[in-house]
Design a protein around this ligand. Sequence first.
Ligand code: GLY
Length: 557
Amino acid sequence: MPAKLQLRAPLWLLLLLLLLPGLPAAQGQGAVASAHPMATEAGIAVLADGGNAFDAAVTVAAVLAVVEPYSSGMGGGGFWLLHRASDGFEVMLDGRERAPLAAHRDLYLNDQGEVVPGLSVNGPLSAGIPGQPAALVHLAARYGRLPLAQTLAPAIRIAREGFPVDEHYRRLADWRLQQLLQWPSSSAQFLVDNQVPPLGAIIRQPQLADTLSRIAEQGHDGFYRGPVAQRLVEGVKAAGGIWQLKDLAEYQVVEREPIRGEYHGMKITSAAPPSSGGIVLVSMLNQLSQFDLSSYSPVIRKHLIVEAMRRAYRDRADYLGDPDFVSMPVARLIDPDYAAGLARDIQLDAATPSRHRPPGSLTEGHDTTHYSIIDAEGNRVSATLSVNYPFGSCFVAPGTGVLLNDEMDDFSARPGVPNVYGLVGGEANAIAPGKRMLSSMTPTFVETEQGVAVLGTPGGSRIISMLLHGILSLDAGEGPQAWVTRPRYHHQYLPDLIQFEPGALSVEEQQQLQAMGHQLKPLDSTYGNMQALFWNREDGRLSGASDPRGIGETLVK
Ligand code: GLY
């Protein structure tokens, strides 16, 4: 049985509901924004067939698991932020992967205590125990109204009949080709003649269809016990991994109270630990509340935003980890007064070098995907899911069709040593048996006077700063198309660099930022794949947008 947490709707939300009776429900059947048209269309069809947003969320996640194997999957995990319209209840389903019980703090170190390159990223030793199957079963049982046999049917059908390869698939398969070729089960499933499949080739995954069918018939046990569990463990062990049957049998979804904050009167509801997303997002917004951003030139505004990112990501590295294992000063990290203290040494004309920042002093620690759903009743889901690196560990457990994640890399393999996203972590995020690795996934709701935004994005460590850009765009009066399109820049404390997309900083801005002491890292390509919806409560209208950087689709019906 999943762990239960009795949560009450927050007071401000209940007051808002009382104060705003008779608001129009969303027009039509609802809206879905996801990273793949087949997932969006399947989600909309479920809404049309009488399902609610939670049923559609099961369908969209399962279809994405089939058609975006490079992003998320049944061998991965994620966070589902839910809002139930009937009583305003909000919760975050934590379907994050856990470290295997045989894992230990030095799992990825050699005899000299150095991190062995690749060990936490490639192959079954890099895989945490998946949470997505448990989360979908829980979502359907507790919040949905349709049976899994119905909501998983589109994914089962597409896994059996296949889907056509697009350029995005080709690019990511090419990038991970050498690792996919390591495992016959993986190359058979995702390659054609051991090569990146040509455009339009059909990828069929009959074994994954069988695994999904077992989940549809047997629920949680269809994956975590019985033949699927047996094959997962045998496959992992034979390939050098450390999973045991009890890892799967013990896996539980956890319901967690979301992180809440406020910015310029907007209510922010976002991901709780083991995601760092909500805390870092609220900390950045709290720091920026100290400044009237609109009164500064664009370059000073960008400098201030970068400085807020630097300070919030510093706290991420110092304090955050799995709440079931480490005690974290969450209330203080999201306290506006604490943020005012952080912002106090931000100078208007000079960067604060990250190395010069004192360590934390509190006394108390193209991969990935996102979708957003709002239904006609006003139920909403913001979900960010991952297998971590593109195609996860690149290892498919033979006989299951399940591609395993490489989420173990999100732990700090050794405190202070960066992971694939360049993120450093501390003791709070060290590996321990059964522990959840710290995440940056940030599914979010923003309530304004006018309506409700549902948004999120993939993008590793840059996820949280992308959410910040989206919310600042919303605050500036812009709509979903602008939130998902705005050029992006990012700072994560270490490395001490502003990374930026082509076009995000003008040449003049780059010169001015360098003169202030910022180091710049221009990126060759864009990043992120934001999926955003907005429900205008004044007229009931739904709108949304899918990031032009990806191949996603938003449908409003
Ligand atoms: N694997 C990416 C994240 O959870 O942040």
